[in-house]
Structures are given as structure tokens and as C-alpha cells.
Design a protein around this ligand. Structure first.
Ligand SMILES: Nc1ncnc2c1ncn2[C@@H]1O[C@H](COP(=O)(O)OP(=O)(O)OP(=O)(O)O)[C@@H](O)[C@H]1O
Ligand SMILES: [Mg+2]
Length: 348
């Protein structure tokens, strides 16, 4: 569990420090007071990545050169500072050359309003969802993903050049195929592990008996090498790699109909929520309860559903929850409540 969190030059905060407990902690404040920023700092501290954006540079406070986040998780001290090329990691006050040991410590699942994009948006949101989980449960996931992306970038750059040279392009085929095949297999396994939890969570939070199906849809044929070789002509025409895990997707169905085009907004929100709760349960099943970051997801729900949702969140997980107000809370007195005003926290 995360017991301390300190921010320096992180988004809107010049400096902020807080202590946290198990169970629920609420952060209440008006728009733009910094609620999301606090959750983001917790995510960046524990996972070295934001739950919202793929790059860290927008998180450096305007006018500053670098941000730093610091904290304690279980018995360990974590520290991460970032300023473009400058990155520094400390685990128990010792500088780390790689992130391996650091990242072994904590798991995070983030819930936010944009989660609905998992259901109705493009495939990149679903790949990021799988990657966020994969990098946290599979030790080789991150390095495989990075190696695949590197090979893909180099290959695509060559395909875009004025006179693409086949031999140079082919030099990247081996790393692309090797890492791509591994990545595809890991993603397929993750979807298999998620599927029963998604169905179960969906059943618990929806008031209907809709049937949910979830399938992994690979971006290349079973034999990736053969598929790649056969797509050479198309690649040269389109000037990019046309098959591979960068085209992977997760197909979602509600009662047999594609969820992105047929499901109602409420059905899409419920399914998105089930996908996130399933993520948390996959972690719990593998022996480590994740920290849940729950950012303002109550706005769209009526008060009964808000309370039901609070109660349906995994008991054993620590939960940081933001909202603009808590007036809707019924018979639910658990947790500390922090109010944010003028970049300061006040315990209510
Ligand atoms: N790099 C940055 N430097 C300075 N300020 C920033 C930076 N990034 C974001 N901000 C500002 O931080 C403030 C707080 O943003 P945040 O998203 O945390 O607010 P919030 O409380 O979650 O608001 P909402 O209720 O609208 O979601 C905003 O005013 C935003 O413009
Ligand atoms: Mg916010």
C-alpha cells in the first residue's frame, strides 16, 4: 500500500506532500484544482508512466525543468525524477540503472471517464489497456513491446523513404517477427485471463443479464513471418508495415452484437467499467492487490449507482477516489476526505 506521496513541480503543484491509509481516500475539489494530477503522480511514481498520456514531458510544471515524485510503498522508498533527457530512479535510496526491480513493487489500475473509449474508440485504446496490464504482470512484456516498437519504427521509416531498399527493410524482419510473435502470444494469454473476470464483473454491476463476449483479434496471421512476406507488395504501396501486433485488437460483444457500434452509451460505460474491474481482479488473482485510481467516474451515474459502485470495488485494494463533491454518499463513511483548494490539501 502507498503510505506517502510527495510531488515537486508536477503539473500544477510546485510542492505537495500527503499521507495515505488503506481503504478509501477521497479527493474533493472544483474543476482544475488538481485532483487528477494527484492520482497521476501516484501512477507515475509506482509505474513510471501516466494513466492518461504516453509521454511524461507534459507533466513537468510549466516553467520548471523537471518534476520529482517520491513516496513509500509497503516498506520501500521510491523516487523518480524526470526532465526530458534527465531521468533518475531511486529504490530504497539507491540509484537504479534499470527499472526492473523498481517496477516489481506495485500494481495500479486506473478508472476514468475516458475509459468508455476502450469500448467505442479505436484499437489503440484497447492495445494500451492490454499493455498496461501486460507490463505489470509479465516481466518480459515491457522489453518485448519496446523491441517490437523499435523494429517497427525503423522499418516504417525505411518504407517511407523516397527509394525504399528491400534489403535494408528485411534487416528488421527478424526482430519484428521474433518480438511480434512473443507480444502477440502474451496479449492472447492476457485476454484469456481477463475474459471470465470481465463477464463476472459485468454481471455484478449491470442490472441486466446481457451476455458479454471478449476475443483477442491478432493483427497478423498465426504465421507472422509468412504473413509479413506475403504483404511486401502492399507495404511498398502503403509505405508502412501492414501486419503485426500494432494492428492487434480486442473484440467486444454485448449479446452477440459488436459493442462499439451497437451498445448504448450506458452499456458501453458498464462494459468499460467491467474491463477495468477485471484488470484489478487479474492482479488480485496473481497475488497482489493493485492500487485503484478512480478519477471522477461518478458524474455520469445516478446516486444509487454511485453508491453501488463504491461498494463493488475490491475490498482488499487501496483506493484513491476523486470527485467534485461527495454529497451523494449514503451510509458510506469509510475513508479520509481531502479537500483541494488553491493547490493546498485540507483534511476534512
Ligand atoms: N504542466 C503543467 N504545468 C502547470 N499547470 C498544469 C500543467 N498541467 C496541467 N496543469 C494545470 O493543473 C490544473 C489541475 O489539473 P487537474 O487535471 O489535476 O484538475 P482536476 O482537479 O482533475 O480538474 P477536473 O475536475 O476538471 O478534472 C489545471 O488547471 C491544469 O491546467
Ligand atoms: Mg480531473
Amino acid at each position: 500500500m502507498l503510505t506517502q506521496l510527495q510531488l515537486r513541480n508536477f503539473r500544477c503543484f510546485e510542492s505537495l506532500a500527503l499521507e495515505l491509509d488503506a481503504g478509501f481516500t477521497f479527493f474533493i475539489g472544483g474543476n482544475g484544482e488538481g485532483k487528477t494530477s494527484i492520482l497521476e503522480a501516484a501512477c507515475v511514481l509506482l509505474r513510471l508512466q501516466s494513466q492518461r498520456t504516453s509521454t511524461l514531458s507534459p507533466l513537468v510544471r510549466v516553467g520548471a525543468k523537471a518534476f520529482a515524485v517520491r513516496g513509500r510503498f509497503d516498506e520501500h522508498a521510491l523516487e523518480f525524477s524526470y526532465g526530458g533527457l534527465h531521468r533518475r530512479l531511486k529504490f530504497d535510496d539507491v540509484d537504479q540503472r534499470t527499472a526492473t526491480e523498481y517496477l516489481r513493487l506495485a500494481r495500479v489500475v486506473s478508472f476514468a471517464n475516458v475509459d468508455i473509449e476502450l469500448v467505442r474508440g479505436g484499437s489503440d485504446a484497447r492495445r494500451r489497456y492490454l499493455d498496461f496490464l501486460g507490463t505489470q504482470i509479465e516481466p518480459t512484456y515491457r522489453s518485448t513491446l519496446r523491441a517490437y516498437e523499435r523494429a517497427l519504427r525503423s522499418r516504417n521509416a525505411l518504407l517511407k523513404s523516397a527509394t525504399p531498399r528491400t534489403r535494408e527493410i528485411a534487416a528488421y524482419d527478424a526482430p519484428l517477427i521474433e518480438n511480434g510473435t512473443r507480444l502477440r502470444d502474451m496479449r492472447a494469454t492476457i485476454v484469456d485471463r481477463l475474459a471470465p473476470f470481465v463477464r463476472q464483473a459485468h454481471h455484478e454491476i449491470s442490472v441486466t443479464t446481457e451476455k458479454i463476449d471478449i476475443y483477442f483479434s491478432p493483427g497478423a496471421a498465426e504465421d507472422f513471418a509468412k504473413d509479413l512476406a506475403e504483404s511486401r507488395e502492399k507495404e511498398l504501396r502503403l509505405r508502412q508495415t501492414v501486419v503485426g501486433p500494432h494492428r492487434d485488437d480486442v473484440d467486444l460483444f454485448v449479446d452477440g452484437m459488436p459493442a462499439n457500434s451497437f451498445a448504448s452509451e450506458g452499456q458501453q460505460r458498464t462494459l468499460a467499467l467491467a474491463l477495468k474491474i477485471a484488470q484489478a481482479r487479474v492482479f488480485a488473482a496473481s497475488g497482489s492487490s493493485p492500487l485503484l485510481l478512480i478519477d471522477d467516474i461518478f458524474g455520469e451515474l445516478d446516486p444509487d449507482r454511485r453508491n453501488a459502485l463504491l461498494r463493488s470495488l475490491p475490498n482488499e485494494s487501496q483506493k484513491l477516489v476523486t470527485a467534485t463533491s461527495l454529497q451523494w454518499r449514503k451510509d458510506f463513511a469509510e475513508g479520509h476526505v481531502f479537500e483541494l483548494q488553491d493547490r493546498q490539501l485540507h483534511l476534512r
